[in-house]
Design a protein around this ligand. Structure first.
Ligand code: NDP
Length: 284
């Protein structure tokens, strides 16, 4: 039976560390660390995520400010808002809550964020730095996955890590991070032929595909470490991409959903905001 990788507990420990560092900044330098969030329109799931992020910011002493332009905002006006936040020296981090309404080009907005304030790590400059293993601001969800492995002393080097999903926000950056940690990495996607043949080889299996409980025990090697990034709502409950009960019988370690990667993503966002603040201090 697998042991549980407790993301909720680890995230709380990270938040406590961040809080003590932010307390020092606000006491010694009488400054604030600020995260500005842009939430366009009224997507209920996005509103929930933003509320969670605001709550986490408040807990550690990061001042968060929410900008809520209407759904029909023109691209040029959204870019203007980003420009204003880029120029405002009081703003340390800028987070664009995704998805955006379909008339807005996500890349155009993300690319406008000053890379030094890009706390999601999605700007092409930060993606390039990650590729060169020089990133300071790493995408939050993959960073949270690696942090969990490290906090549980799960070895990465030399292991075969199989990632199911190749999105720009999870699968691809995670593959790069695990490669830098000397894993042998396979990336699977919707066109992969015989997915199970590949997932069965995984020492570390990460699922980020967004299909409820698609990964069954028959697709998992005995003793594998399973990190389930998926968050899927089924009959008002959250479930992962992994059929937890049956896969837990075979895995050595497994993350639950909820309480696994999700809280770590938010903890990494707070950590990136602090890093962005420090990068800006060194620059000025
Ligand atoms: P995307 O929809 O952007 O990407 C999904 C990926 O899964 C794609 O690469 C797709 O392949 C692949 N895929 C889809 N169906 C299959 C299949 N049948 N077999 C193999 N691969 C498949 O999703 P995200 O990366 O944004 O998110 C993935 C999941 O993670 C979602 O449930 C999301 O809610 C969750 N999530 C959780 C976070 C957290 O904090 N825990 C943060 C971000 C996301 P292809 O490229 O060929 O289309």
């Amino acid at each position: 039976m697998a042991k549980i990788i407790d993301g909720k507990k680890e995230a709380a420990a990270i938040r406590a560390q961040i809080k003590s560092q932010i307390d020092k900044i606000t006491i010694q330098q009488t400054e604030k660390v600020n995260l500005d969030v842009i939430l366009v329109g009224h997507n209920p799931a996005s509103e929930v995520y933003v509320r969670l992020k605001e709550k986490a910011c408040a807990e550690v002493g990061i001042v968060s400010c929410k900008h809520t332009p209407p759904t029909d905002i023109a691209l040029k006006d959204l870019l203007l808002l980003v420009d204003q936040l880029n120029e405002d020296s009081n703003v340390n981090g800028i987070l664009l809550q995704l998805p955006l309404p379909s008339h807005l080009n996500i890349s155009k907005v993300l690319d406008r964020i000053d890379p030094i304030k890009d706390v999601d790590g999605f700007h092409p400059i930060n993606v390039g730095l990650l590729s060169q293993n020089q990133a300071k601001l790493l995408p939050c969800t993959p960073a949270g996955c690696v942090e969990l492995l490290d906090r549980y002393n799960i070895p990465i080097q030399g292991k075969h890590a199989v990632i199911v999903g190749r999105s720009n926000i999870v699968g691809k950056p995670l593959a790069t991070m695990l490669l830098h940690r000397n894993a042998t990495v396979s990336i699977c996607h919707s066109k992969t032929v015989d997915l199970a043949a590949i997932t069965l080889q995984a020492d570390i299996l990460v699922t980020a595909l967004g299909i409820p409980e698609m990964i069954k025990a028959g697709m998992v090697k005995e003793g594998a470490v399973v990190i389930d990034v998926g968050i899927n709502r089924v009959e008002n409950q959250l479930v992962g991409d992994v059929a937890f009960a049956e896969v837990a019988e075979k895995a050595s370690w497994i993350t639950p959903v909820p309480g696994g990667v999700g809280p770590m993503t938010i903890a990494m966002l707070l950590s990136n905001t602090l890093t962005a603040y420090r990068l800006q201090q060194t620059k000025s």
